[in-house]
Design a protein. Sequence first.
Length: 384
Amino acid sequence: MHVLVRRRRRLLVATGLAVALLTASSGLTAAARPQQADPLQRQVDAIHDTGTVGVGAEVTSPHTRDSARAGTARRGTRKPMPWNGRFRIGSSTKTFTATVVLQLVGEGRMSLEDTVEQWLPGVVRGNGNDGSLITVRRLLQHTSGIHDVGPDIPALNSADGYRAERLRTYTAESLVGQAMRHSPEFPPGDDGWSYSNTNYVLAAMIIHKVTGRSWEREVKDRIIRPLGLRDTSTPGAFPFILGPHAHAYAAFGTGTGTGTDVTVLNPSMAVGSGSVISTTHDLTRFYAALLGGRLLAPAQLHEMTATEPAPELGVDYGLGLAEIPLSCGGSYFGHRGELLGYLTWGGATRDGTRTAVVYVTGDGGPHTEEAMTALVDRELCRPR
C-alpha cells in the first residue's frame, strides 16, 4: 500500500501565522501507520483502508479550509492522488440542474406545477406513461414514477458493455425514448418515490425548451461562471477529463477496488442527471453558495429544502437535495454522486457555513460508503 498524506489549512490564529503540515508514509499497513494528529486525515486514511484506490476530501468552516488525500492516482503506481483533482460527480449533478430550474421559477418563466406535457408535448407517452400527469416538481423530487434509464445503459453495467459503448453519444430524446419502453414504477404522485435519472434528463430538456439554450450552457452561465468554479465543467459528449485527475476503476461486481479502468467515458448518457466534472474545492464552494442563499431567492431555496421521506434512500429528499441527520443534532443538505468508478458524498449545513465533500476512486469495499458518510457527519459536527 502506498499512501501519501498532505494537509492544507488556512486558519486565522492569534499569531496571524498559517500552519501547514506535510506528512508522508509509504509501505505501511493500517495497523503500522503512525497515528495522525489531523482528524480529517485519519478519516481519509480509514476510507482508503476499506479498499479504494484513492481518496480526496475537503472541509470548510467560516475561518478554515482543510483537505486531505490518501492512496494513488493510478492503480499499480506510486503517483499520489492529485490535490483538488477533477472527477465525475455523478448524481451530485442533480443539485445543479434543480438549481437552474428553481432559478427559472423565481424569474417567472415556468412553474413547479407545470406539467411535462406543457413543455415537452408527446415526449412522455406510451406504456402507461402520461406527461400530462407529471409536474416539474414531481420530476425533481423523484415522485414521477418514470422508469430509470440508467440500468439500460450498457457502458454502465458490464465490462464488455463499457468496452463496446464507452464512446457512444446519446441524445436526451433517445434516453427518454428508451425509458418510455417501460411502464411507470407507480402512478405519478406523492404516494410513491423511486429514484430515476430519467427525471433529470427531462428537467434538462425543459431547461432547454424554456430558455432556448442547452442545459450545459445554462449551468455554466448561471452557476459555474458566477461562482468562479474554474475546475467545474459540463463536458457534453467529450469523454476525457482534462487537468489533474485520478483514474477511475469499476469492478462490475467482480471484486473491490480492482477491475477495468473506466476513466474514459462519454457522459452524454447522464445529461442533467450525472455528467458534471468538478473538484472537492469547487463542490464545497457550490454547496456553501447554494445553502447560503447566493443562488436562489428564499422562496425557491425553501422549496428545494422542503423534504419528504425517500424510503429507497433512507433519508428525506427535496428538489435535487437530500436532507441527512447529523449525529450532533440537526441535519445537513447534500447529494450522493456516483458515475462509473467515482463516488462522492458531500453537502453543507442549512446555513451554508460548514461544508464537507469526499470522493473515492475504485469500487472500494462494503464499508466504503459508510466511512464516507461518517467523515461528512464528523466534519460538519466537529468544533472549529
